[in-house]
Design a protein around this ligand. Structure first.
Ligand SMILES: Cc1cc2nc3c(=O)[nH]c(=O)nc-3n(C[C@H](O)[C@H](O)[C@H](O)COP(=O)(O)OP(=O)(O)OC[C@H]3O[C@@H](n4cnc5c(N)ncnc54)[C@H](O)[C@@H]3O)c2cc1C
Length: 419
């Protein structure tokens, strides 16, 4: 059985599902990739999403960060392609922007311009988060064993009769005729509900230990909006990133190309040097960046949206890999486990790494042949922790250099959490 598993290609579906019903909480990037992997092992998969729709036209309340530029790291793109074969072509056909030539990405950091290493054979894609989610969802919706329940909020978990394994979830409808809680049985539950995950409380309510939490907060703020890309503007790049540099260059900004000849523009401030929400001051802040390229690009450009702000994007890890006791069958992925300072553009990649970690954990799970879930939670959380070690170190080691960075008491930092 295991030999067959290791030869299995990502897109193949097991002829006999190993587990019964799995439920994924949240239809963000982590939820959708975890669902993709799980769907190959279960008889039925339900994605429970608090928002009322997939947000065809743009953003949705459950993902406020989508109002800000999102760039997918090449590693994340590669993993997505492995899990959703052909997704790169689909996105390109739906007007995602391809960045493959040297010079397509202008990157300013530490007082100088740096050339991003790009490869036209494997271009880096840029598009809105909504477009990416839409394509991932479309793939999942093509599988009749997968069901998505919108406007439904998870309120808690329950165990099965053993008290050691997850038994299901309590759901609350958010529709007009809401009503009370209903139970949904599940053999596997994945929490991919993002930064505001309530999994520690859900575990505690069942008498299971909550994870240790580490937090390193560089006091980052974003203010962003979408612009029409000026037809006449000859910028010589497709994407521009002026990244804040510790300890003193607290201001930065980014222009990411979006489908439909648009730019997603974000101003970034670290160490509480937050960009302003007022129109005139927004441009002043852009002019105050270490180089003028971003200001010059947007000063005559036509805004297509209002300004959106975001604060509170700290680095926060919940050490589910170190729990003394696990609720078997319950897994935590994406920002719910590892939320990173977005300045380093690693969050979506960390989210899809969770899918890859689950794939590995399932393939090597001793109970796979018999459908025994015991041990999978620990195996997965450990694999995830190993996978996200690099992004966590990069973000926290740099953030630690900002004078105003706050580090939560018990956080292990200098030698890195995994040393
Ligand atoms: C300003 C900003 C800019 C960023 N830029 C980048 C970038 O350039 N590149 C990058 O890779 N990453 C970036 N990120 C990080 C990225 O957004 C996250 O890492 C990523 O979205 C995590 O995905 P997720 O699926 O874990 O969570 P989310 O995308 O937050 O999804 C969580 C989902 O769960 C749902 N949900 C929540 N609670 C419940 C509940 N109780 N019941 C049912 N559903 C629920 C929500 O509605 C939502 O759909 C940025 C983040 C911020 C804040």
């Amino acid at each position: 059985m295991r030999a067959n598993q290791s030869q299995q290609k990502p897109d193949e579906i097991l002829s006999v599902p190993v587990f019964g019903r799995a439920v994924v909480i949240g239809s963000g990037i982590a939820g959708l990739t975890m669902a993709r992997v799980l769907s190959r092992y279960v008889a039925e998969l339900v994605i429970v999403e608090r928002d009322s729709s997939a947000g065809e036209s743009g953003t949705r309340p459950g993902v406020p960060q989508a109002h800000h530029p999102h760039n997918l790291h090449p590693q994340g793109q590669q993993i997505l392609e492995a899990q959703f074969a052909g997704i790169t072509e689909d996105l390109l056909a739906d007007r995602a922007v391809s960045m493959g030539e040297p010079g397509d990405i202008a990157f300013h950091y530490a007082g100088g311009w740096h050339m991003a290493r790009t490869d036209s054979r494997r271009p880096v894609l840029a598009c809105s988060r909504a477009l990416l989610e839409r394509h991932l969802l479309r793939r999942l919706q093509a599988d009749e064993r997968i069901q998505i329940r919108y406007a439904t909020e998870v309120a808690g978990l329950y165990t099965d009769s053993s008290g050691a394994r997850v038994g299901g979830l309590f759901l609350r409808s958010r529709g007009r005729n809401g009503g009370g809680e209903v139970a949904l049985d599940a053999e596997i539950v994945v929490d991919a509900s993002g930064r505001r995950s309530r999994a520690p409380e859900w575990l505690a309510a069942l008498g299971f230990p909550a994870p240790e939490e580490w937090r390193i907060d560089a006091q980052v703020g974003y203010v962003s909006r979408v612009y029409q890309r000026p037809a006449s503007f000859d910028e010589g790049w497709k994407m521009l990133y002026i990244r804040p540099t510790p300890p003193e260059h607290t201001r930065g900004g980014i222009i990411t190309p979006l489908e439909g000849d648009r730019w997603h523009v974000g101003l970034i401030g670290v160490g509480r040097d937050y960009p302003p929400m007022e129109e005139a001051k927004f441009l002043d802040y852009a002019r105050s960046l270490p180089v003028l390229e971003l200001y010059e690009a947007i000063r005559e450009a036509q805004p297509l949206t209002r300004l959106y702000g975001f604060r509170g994007a700290d680095n926060r890890v919940r050490r589910y890999d170190r729990l003394p006791r696990y609720l078997e069958g319950f897994l935590v992925a994406g920002d719910a486990a590892y939320a990173l300072n977005p300045v380093y553009a690693q969050g979506m990649t960390a989210a899809v790494l969770a899918g890859q970690a689950l794939d590995e954990a399932l393939r090597s799970h001793p109970g796979l042949a018999s459908g025994d879930i015991a041990g999978l939670s620990r195996r997965f959380q450990e694999a995830l922790s190993e996978a996200v070690e690099g992004p966590w170190r990069q973000a926290t080691r740099t953030d630690w250099r900002w004078p105003l960075t706050e580090v939560m008491d018990n956080t292990e930092l200098l030698v890195g959490p995994w040393d």
